[in-house]
Ligand binder design. Structure first.
Ligand code: DHB
Length: 391
């Protein structure tokens, strides 16, 4: 009898331990964050990670009654690694959400896993228009290149620019930037000549030589965040800074992370984008101050805001679901979500799961001794034009 009682209390004890362990596991929501933290695109990974962590630090890392645990994995910018890491995070770590995705091929590499596992995939950086169509579990907190580039065509047409030479990195976002700008600009009467530069180890010199010989009114450029400094160095070496050819494009080439390093040659560039560290709002001033305090010697760029707002989407979705983590429930909670970001107001389009936001026209200027992209015109709440055109 005594033995039996011992046995029963032993089993009850094990059951109790198992129950407690289970309850504790349920109180934590794991979020996988896959980013290029090393290699040529490390600046993207670092900015997104800093933004995501700042949001959690400011909000006590809890949402919907659960503790948020971020698991950072470095894919080095390699799509095969992204896919493998996404798989491991889902199967071994049992993450409720996958997030990050520094480049388009990396976001696409994880889409099938998100679909099969029914895990939300928050794209915080990559910006090719069609990414959101790769899985019904993708929600985007960054932007799309057509969203940023079409307003550039309108500005150029209004400002007596008739002939443009485009130089873009030869993959999804570059092709999106080139196509959306060119179609709009040509429809308005402009002429365009285009070249594409490889993503890996780009040598801009021969392309800039051709651009210089074509004598356009403006050079339209897209290179991924973090690469602008390399581009601008060769721009100066070819004498293009003194050629009178105007530098225009989506804002990636003059990203906030690089501006001080690029220096005065960037002054006067006209770019269109969704975020500038100089954005004039109380929310942005607080964001920039908190970012600089958390990470001394840095300035947030548009990638940091993608990480910050992406984490906010996850947290607010969990608040709405009261901690329920089923993938379709979380994605539904994000559809139609709207809040004021450091970039301005944002909305998750309930039909496309893509972000709707203001696009600003900015001039690169020196302000209080530092170089910033100063916004001087706002195009309110722009939808991705590629998906809008399909409807
Ligand atoms: C990508 C897009 C960008 O605008 C950028 O700055 C970097 C990467 C991308 O989708 O790969």
């Amino acid at each position: 009898m005594t033995n039996r009682r011992h046995l029963i209390s032993g089993i009850a004890g094990i059951a109790m331990m198992a129950f407690t362990g289970h309850a504790m596991a349920q109180d934590v929501v794991k979020v996988g964050l896959i980013l290029p933290m090393t290699g040529p695109f490390a600046s993207i990974g670092k900015q997104v990670d800093m933004g995501a962590r700042l949001f959690l630090a400011q909000n006590g890392a809890t949402a919907g009654g659960k503790k948020l645990e971020l698991i950072l994995k470095d894919d080095g910018g390699n799509a095969e690694s992204t896919r493998r890491l996404a798989q491991e995070l889902v199967v071994n770590d049992k993450v409720a959400v996958l997030s990050g995705f520094g480049l388009t091929p990396l976001a696409l590499a994880a889409a099938q896993i998100a679909t099969q596992a029914k895990v939300p995939q928050i794209v915080m950086a990559a910006a090719t228009a069609t990414i959101t169509e790769a899985s019904p579990f993708i929600v985007r907190s960054s932007f799309t290149l057509p969203q940023a580039s079409e307003p550039m065509a309108d500005w150029a047409l209004k400002n007596n620019i008739k002939k443009v030479f485009t130089v873009v990195t030869d993959y999804g976002p570059g092709i999106d930037a080139e196509t959306s700008f060119t179609n709009k600009f040509k429809a308005g009467g402009g002429t365009v000549e285009s070249v594409r530069v490889p993503l890996r180890n780009p040598d801009f010199a021969p392309f800039l030589q051709r651009a210089s010989e074509a004598k356009p009114d403006a050079l339209f450029v897209f290179v991924p965040a973090g690469i602008g400094a390399q581009f601008m160095k060769q721009f100066v070496e070819r004498g293009l800074d003194k050629s009178g050819i105007k530098l225009i494009g989506p804002g990636d080439v003059v990203d906030d992370d690089l501006l001080e390093g690029i220096g005065d040659v960037a002054l006067g560039a006209i770019t269109t984008q969704h975020y500038s560290a100089a954005h004039d709002s109380a929310a942005n001033k607080a964001f920039v101050a908190a970012f600089k305090a958390a990470y001394p010697g840095t300035r947030p760029n548009f990638m940091a805001v993608g990480g910050y707002d992406g984490m906010r989407l996850i947290a607010e979705a969990l608040n709405k679901t009261i901690g329920k983590t089923d993938g379709d429930v979380l994605v539904n909670a994000m559809k139609g979500m709207t809040f004021e970001s450091p970039r301005g107001p944002i909305l998750i389009d309930p039909e496309t799961r893509d972000i709707v936001q203001n696009i600003y026209i900015r001039r690169t200027e020196r302000k209080n001794g530092e170089i910033y992209n100063i916004e001087f015109e706002t195009i309110p709440m722009v939808k991705d034009p590629v998906k809008a055109a399909k409807k």
